[in-house]
Write a protein that binds this ligand. Structure first.
Ligand SMILES: Nc1ncnc2c1ncn2[C@@H]1O[C@H](COP(=O)(O)OP(=O)(O)O)[C@@H](O)[C@H]1O
Ligand SMILES: [Mg+2]
Length: 370
């Protein structure tokens, strides 16, 4: 029996079809257009990219490079991740890897190590500390490889906002290579929408205008219901829609709630949406509590105000009622937006989940009492 998977990247049978989104991303890649894939957290950005890379792109024409830079610590670390990802994507015969890498890349040597699960991985040893030279080596080497084999590439850098944690500004250098190569489609994505938007759309940012934004919304309700029903035969549409709405369409949370229902069904209990929600909340409670407690008193007040009203304008009267001055409210709001805990749309503020949790569901339960 198929499962509800609510963690990590899903592809193939575990990926609920998103036909329009896959087609759109595919057509951008085919045109070598650079894309900024934007969505709320846990909507399925990384999964969509993996699904397209693994199951939709023509492998005779494309190589796919995927690098997640969530845990990079500095610029050399970043460069090494790029070398590794590019090296691994060449899909060469094991014996030829080192030889080929040597042909195309000169500023690093490579070693291959075999992991515990038996898969080989490439370890670059940088021959210089000059980041510009290293960048040139990676991007020109890749370009040369593609040219020689008459291939194109799709190159995804996931969690791209982490580039900001590196002291040395790399965006101008990146721009140079993104602009230069027309047989590569770069896909940037990540979990901090606000930071990503600033990196690519900020007036003074070197990366401004380098990408076509693609907004990824929730999975279509009917498609998601069909997908869920295959995993839980007794699931009715009404129950599913109720949960989908509670999850505000967030793919991960929808799966998590459905899994909770499945557990009830395995125990021969009737499916109860409220119990499913309670089950999920108790699993995420400590993470969400930590996020909430780490906020300033004003930050907490603002989160509560937004939760109580579902969305809100944060008017002068409301701020007065809660005893917050306009300027300190603004400081807190800026912080909450930066941390992606809230976002603004048409002057209204909305909750936007927190790291690895279902923050918004938790806030509703805590402050509105589902
Ligand atoms: N197309 C999909 N079909 C089914 N579940 C999905 C899909 N996309 C995402 N999910 C669910 O959401 C979770 C998070 O997906 P992920 O791709 O990591 O999101 P993001 O990169 O946007 O944070 C997955 O573990 C899965 O439970
Ligand atoms: Mg992701």
């Amino acid at each position: 029996m198929k499962k509800f998977i609510y963690d990590g990247i899903v592809t193939g049978d575990d990926f609920c079809p998103r036909i329009q989104d896959t087609d759109k991303l595919l057509s951008y890649i085919n045109d070598s257009t650079n894309v900024l894939l934007i969505a709320k957290r846990r909507m399925g950005k990384s999964s969509l990219i993996h699904e397209v890379f693994e199951n939709r792109l023509d492998k005779k024409k494309f190589i796919t490079i995927y690098v997640d830079i969530f845990d990079i610590t500095d610029e050399t670390d970043f460069v090494k991740s790029l070398y590794r990802a590019v090296g691994q994507s060449l899909k060469l015969d094991f014996k030829l890897v080192l030889q080929t890498l040597k042909t195309f890349f000169n500023k690093s040597t490579f070693e291959i190590s075999i992991g515990q699960d038996g898969t080989p991985s490439i370890n670059p040893k940088l021959a210089t500390r000059d980041i510009d030279e290293l960048f040139a080596d990676i991007f020109n080497g890749l370009h040369e490889y593609l040219k020689r084999h008459n291939l194109k590439a799709a190159f995804c850098i996931d969690e791209f906002q982490q580039i900001q944690t590196i002291k040395k500004p790399l965006d101008a250098t990146l721009r140079k290579y993104i602009q230069k190569h027309h047989n590569i489609s770069y896909i940037f994505t990540g979990s901090k929408r606000h930071t990503l938007a600033k990196l690519f759309q900020g007036q003074k940012s070197p990366l401004m205008g380098m990408v076509t934004p693609m907004e990824l919304g929730p999975i279509n309700q009917d498609d998601f219901y069909k997908f869920a029903k295959k995993r839980l035969k007794t699931l009715t549409k009404d129950t599913f829609i109720n949960l989908y709405n509670h999850a505000e369409g967030e793919s991960k949370l929808v799966q998590h709630l459905c899994r909770q229902l499945k557990l009830m069904s395995d125990d021969n209990q009737p499916l109860d949406e409220a119990l499913a929600i309670k089950g999920v909340i108790s699993e995420v409670d400590s993470i969400c509590r930590n996020i909430f407690e780490s906020l300033s008193p004003n930050g907490r007040k603002i989160i509560k105000m937004i939760t109580e009203k579902s969305h809100t304008l944060l008017t002068k009267e409301m701020l007065q009622e809660h005893n917050i001055s306009k300027s300190s409210a603004q400081t807190s709001i800026d912080y909450l937006i930066k941390e992606d805990l809230i976002f603004k749309e048409d002057s209204n503020y909305f909750l936007d989940g927190g790291i690895g949790s279902s923050f918004s569901l938790w806030c509703h339960w805590k402050f509105k009492g589902y």
